[in-house]
Every structure is written in structure tokens, then in C-alpha cells.
Design a protein around this ligand. Structure first.
Ligand code: C5P
Length: 229
């Protein structure tokens, strides 16, 4: 057991269209964050799970869900305004843990990640120091020109959609966050790329979708059924 997981959960429900954090919405009767946390906890290499949460949600995680948090051994941390602020809080929490070789950052909003995909991305990060799950782009992608007056087709053969977990050697991620000065980044692989470290792509599964809009929950319920078959 030498993988520490950071499970950022400090977002809001803005795009999901609810007042409360979307991660409290139910997937097959369980909150989304809990389904994600259980999957990570079930992996044999996971030693710790640090979950950055917002101040606003802390009473619910400690009260209503306190027993699940304790049972899974989840360490709550203080999330921040941007996702990178939340991840940084998690990195700081595990920085001095000499037993940790890899840090896996996984969105609590991706509840359906498969154990075999965790195996694959951890193994690749063991070899390279930086690896992420991703799926090839299957859509036809257009680049808008002249504000949509015309467009061109983008060659999709080299394009991939980034997922999480994004997995890094502890020192690599620490260096990336030490250099990060607020220039926006949409994922951790981008920050690691900026310090000149190559990030390997590990083919994942479309099952590992991120719950963003309410319709994603409907799809996730259907996927969950097929995973149990
Ligand atoms: O909003 P989105 O689903 O893309 O966010 C990805 C993950 O990052 C979610 O699990 C969300 O809770 C988390 N997050 C965070 N802190 C923020 C923003 C997002 O932990 N400030």
C-alpha cells in the first residue's frame, strides 16, 4: 500500500443546476462521492484517501456522513475556490508521508472507475512518474473560424479526453504545485507538463464518466447496472 488518493470534492452544483454540491446527489441510492470513495478504498494499493471539501459542506460530511467517512478512513481537508487550490491542500497533507510513492488525484465526481483501470494507471505511473487515464476522441471535431462563419476539421487521430485518476510520483506533483502560480489549468497533468515532465496516456473506459449535468446521472445508473452483471 503506497498510493495516496486525493479525492477533490469541494466543488459546487452550478452546472448541475442545484443549490447543494452535486456530489450529494444519489447514484443507486448512494451519494456520488461515496461511490467514488468506496471504489478507491477497495483497491489493494490505496493507503490513504484525503478528501478536500468546502467549509459549507463540512457539517454534512462530519454529521450526516460522519460514519461513512470514518469507516472508509477518509481524511477531510479544506478545499479552495479553484480545483487546483483543493488539490494543493491534499498534496500538502501527504507531503511528509515517506510511505507514499504515488499520488492519485481522482474527481469525486467520477464514481464508476474500474479496478482494472486503477491497476493500469498505477502501474504506468510506477514506470514513468506521471500517467493519466484517457479515452480516444471518437467525435468529429471542428475548429470554429471567423466566429463560426466557417470551420475546419481537426485531425482526431491524436486527440484524447483526459479522465482521472491522474497519478504522479509524489516529488513530481510537489514540484508542479510549487511552481504553480495561478495561471489557470484544467487538470493536474497540465501543471506537471509545465515543469517539463512527460505524462503518459493510459487507455481507460468510457464508464469512468464525470457527473456534470443531471443527465449524466441517468447514464451512470445504466452503466452501474452493466458493471454488476
Ligand atoms: O466541477 P467539476 O465536476 O469539473 O470538478 C471536478 C472535481 O473537482 C469535483 O469532484 C469537484 O468537487 C472538485 N472541485 C474541488 N474544488 C473546487 C472545484 C472543484 O474540489 N474548487
Amino acid at each position: 500500500q503506497n498510493v495516496a488518493v486525493i479525492l477533490p470534492a469541494a466543488g459546487s452544483g452550478r452546472r448541475f443546476g442545484q443549490d447543494e454540491n452535486k456530489l450529494f446527489a444519489r447514484l443507486a441510492g448512494h451519494p456520488i462521492w461515496l461511490v467514488a470513495a468506496e471504489r478507491l478504498r477497495a483497491h489493494r494499493r490505496v493507503a490513504r484517501i484525503v478528501m478536500p471539501i468546502s467549509d459549507q459542506d463540512r457539517p454534512r460530511f462530519e454529521g450526516e456522513f460522519g460514519s461513512q467517512v470514518d469507516t472508509l478512513g477518509i481524511e477531510l481537508a479544506c478545499g479552495g475556490a479553484e480545483r487546483t487550490d483543493s488539490v494543493r491542500a491534499g498534496v500538502e497533507r501527504v507531503a511528509d508521508d515517506t510511505a507514499v510513492q504515488l499520488i492519485a488525484i481522482h474527481d469525486a465526481a467520477r464514481p464508476l472507475v474500474r479496478n482494472a483501470d486503477l491497476d493500469a494507471v498505477f502501474a504506468k505511473a510506477d514506470q514513468t512518474g506521471a500517467a493519466i487515464l484517457a479515452t480516444p476522441v471518437t467525435a468529429t471535431v471542428k475548429q470554429s473560424l471567423d466566429a463560426g462563419a466557417s470551420c475546419r476539421t481537426v485531425d482526431r487521430s491524436t486527440l484524447w479526453l483526459a479522465q482521472t485518476p491522474q497519478v504522479f510520483a509524489l516529488d513530481v506533483l510537489q514540484r508542479a504545485y510549487a511552481k504553480h502560480r495561478g495561471r489557470p489549468a484544467t487538470d493536474d497533468a497540465e501543471l506537471v507538463g509545465r515543469i517539463g515532465v512527460q505524462v503518459a496516456l493510459v487507455p481507460g473506459s468510457p464508464d469512468n464518466l464525470k457527473i456534470t449535468h443531471p443527465n449524466d446521472l441517468i447514464v451512470a445508473e445504466a452503466i452501474l447496472k452493466t458493471q454488476h452483471e
